[in-house]
Design a binder for this molecule. Sequence first.
Ligand code: AMP
Ligand code: ZN
Length: 112
Amino acid sequence: MSNCLFCKIIAGDIPAEKIYEDADVLAFHDIGAQAPHHFLVIPKKHIATLNDVDDAALLGKLTLTASKIAKDLGFSQDGYRVVMNCNEQGGQTVYHIHLHCLGGRNLSWPPG
Ligand code: AMP
Ligand code: ZN
């Protein structure tokens, strides 16, 4: 998708602070971090919203990539949150699915 921000990051047309990359997924630091640790995990394939996914293996890989990075960065034992926003009322602003992983502080619940 030529007009998609995250596809441009995957293509290298827009810089990002990459943490992990393989054939299927890319993880990078969120530019507007909402916690001391805040990174995103995205599929390399363009998928607009969670409503458009039927690939269970890919969704599992996004989640396992997040937990592995949380372990590698040393905040998994303290705790963290993974969340995917979907569409307008879910707070989605970039329409290429991405798993947020936030940690490094106490996170309140329920979210706003
Ligand atoms: P969402 O609101 O769930 O769609 O989340 C989109 C996220 O993408 C927000 O947390 C933004 O801070 C983040 N974001 C937007 N542009 C960039 C960028 N160029 N590099 C890294 N993160 C970005
Ligand atoms: Zn995209």
